[in-house]
Design a binder for this molecule. Structure first.
Ligand code: NAD
Length: 506
């Protein structure tokens, strides 16, 4: 696959539509190699600071047109996009596999989600922002709630789901009447560009869709601009905080943050083990552990710890790691880059330094390609150091650790000991145990007998504590794409009389 970058996109045009060499004029050049084959250069992208103004101007114009369309008209454009994204799903999947390093079978699920997300947003989210009327909210007065678009919105994406996450935010923002600027991760520009090409093919009015490449500098310029009325960010806690620092003085700017996780799974003593094992394997190691919802801590009841851990360890040892497109059905591909690889090994070392025992050590793997291939690892701690880096921080690699517990309260306390609160799950047949977990675990998602990964678009998706700022995505994303207006309508315009006023002089 040849990845030709077309530059930034504003006023319905790519800045370098033929992908001709334009790098000499760029202020920064980003070089991308395939994480599964580092001697394969995928592309070089130019970053143009002067395009910041152009995308914002374009999005401002686009907003003026788009906000005046009806929901039904916007739905028609989105359906057209849906058809195109469906037709191009294999191309998108291949790009995702090569850029992110996720196995092709997994990349296909992300590409397919782009299409289905359009339908769910139209069927399940749109109703949340349709005008509501309350008849006779006061005597002879009707009340209305009207949801207005915010304005030009800025969507900033992470590398691990370059298309799916931004797509969800973009579709909701558009349906609500906003124009958008999308800046993907600098590690996954080509997959994101393919998605923008689909919007372009769908023929959206000028300026409704805009796209810019760059790093934190470019993103910072746009988030801080007063014309941007919504910022929808998915990424790390550290960058989320920078965005808040950059925007907090602009009180009317909506900032929705979807951040990291340090997720726990509780395996109670009555767990049906053959069901829990595959669920947990996926939770810990899918996407090479690079999911915000990956399970990191496994709290296992003492009664079954030996049996459970030995079976989980045996399964983990069977995980096939391979090239995302050239190996036969690997479970895991490589990590995204050299820095991620270094962090993975560093974190496992912190685990050891902080007293955890290595049940499976992390290793650099030779799978026949020069890439960031590592083995999954498992740690165990009878008495974990709850203040240590290994427990507190997000690893974003194929690492998990077991901690045994006796009482469910103890397990819940450990699950709550991290600063994050994104996803948790509990495996049990005891509904009272589940109810306790639902009540007491501080987490935005709490699943029963199901892993922490693999959320649905039909429910809200977002975390508490350092995992977000209470603007969950998925079905409820659309709620943050609008401002709410309350209108009281007095139909009878003869009902007020000066004589009714108390305290007027004769
Ligand atoms: P990251 O925070 O390093 O980068 C995310 C995006 O922020 C990139 O596009 C980057 O260019 C941009 N950015 C960098 N500096 C910026 C600044 N100063 N202002 C604005 N934007 C800036 O994250 P990543 O490594 O790409 O992705 C992994 C992280 O994302 C993990 O922490 C993971 O948990 C999180 N994540 C969260 C969710 C969720 O829904 N909660 C989903 C996926 C990933």
């Amino acid at each position: 696959m040849q990845m030709v970058l077309k530059g930034d996109y504003f006023n319905s045009q790519f800045s370098h539509p033929n992908g001709l060499n334009h790098l000499s004029a760029a202020q920064e050049t980003i070089i991308k190699t395939c994480p599964g084959e580092t001697n394969l250069e995928l592309w070089r992208a130019g970053v143009f600071y002067e395009h910041v103004e152009k995308v914002i101007e374009s999005a401002s114009k686009g907003f003026d047109t788009w906000r005046k369309l009806s929901f039904e008209q916007r739905v028609q454009y989105l359906k057209k996009y849906q058809e195109i994204v469906r037709a191009r799903k294999d191309e998108i999947a291949m790009a995702l596999a090569l850029e992110v390093g996720k196995p092709l079978w997994e990349a296909k699920t992300e590409a397919a989600a782009l299409d289905s997300k359009v339908s769910v947003t139209i069927t399940d989210s749109l109703e949340r922002i349709r005008q509501e009327t309350i008849k006779e909210v006061m005597p002879k007065i009707d009340g209305h709630v009207i949801y207005k678009p915010l304005g030009p919105c800025f969507v900033i994406g992470p590398f691990n789901f370059p298309c799916h996450l931004a797509n969800g935010q973009i579709i909701s923002a558009l349906l609500a009447g906003n124009s958008i600027i999308f800046k993907p991760s600098e590690k996954t520009i080509y997959s994101a560009q393919l998605m923008i090409e689909c919007f372009h093919q769908a023929g959206f009015p000028d300026g409704v869709i805009n796209f810019i490449n760059g790093t934190g500098y470019t993103a910072g310029k746009i988030t801080g601009d007063s014309r941007i009325r919504g910022v929808f960010f998915t990424g790390s806690k550290g960058v989320g905080l920078k965005i808040l620092e950059n925007t907090y003085k602009d009180l009317g700017k909506l900032v929705a943050l979807e951040l990291g996780g340090k997720n726990s799974t509780i395996i109670h003593h009555d767990t049906h083990i053959p069901h829990a094992l595959p669920e947990l394997l996926r939770a810990c190691f899918l996407t090479t552990g690079q999911r915000c919802t990956s399970t990191s801590m496994i709290l296992v009841h003492k009664k079954i710890e030996q049996e459970f851990i030995s079976q989980f360890k045996a399964l983990t040892e069977r995980i096939k790691v391979g090239h995302p497109t050239k190996s036969q059905d690997p479970f895991m591909g490589p990590l995204i880059d050299e820095q991620a690889e270094k962090l993975y090994f560093d974190f496992c070392q912190f685990g050891k330094d902080e007293g955890a025992e290595e049940l499976i050590s992390p290793k650099k793997l030779d799978v026949g390609f020069n890439g960031h291939y590592v083995s999954p690892s498992i740690h165990y701690a009878k008495k974990p150091n709850l203040k240590g880096k290994f427990i507190q921080e997000e690893i974003f690699g194929p690492s998990c650790f077991f901690v045994p517990y006796e009482d469910i309260e103890e397990a819940i306390a450990i699950a709550n000991s991290t600063e994050y609160g994104l996803a948790a799950s509990v495996f049990t047949r005891d509904s009272e145990i589940y109810k306790l977990c639902l009540r007491d675990i501080d987490s935005g998602l709490i699943n029963l007998n199901r892993s922490t990964v693999g959320a649905t678009a039909k429910l809200p998706f977002g975390g508490v504590k350092s995992s977000g700022n209470h603007h969950p995505a998925a079905v409820s994303m659309i709620d943050h794409c609008v401002s709410t207006v309350a209108a009281l309508e007095t139909i009878d315009d003869t009902s007020s009389k000066v004589s009714d006023i108390v305290g007027l002089k004769e």
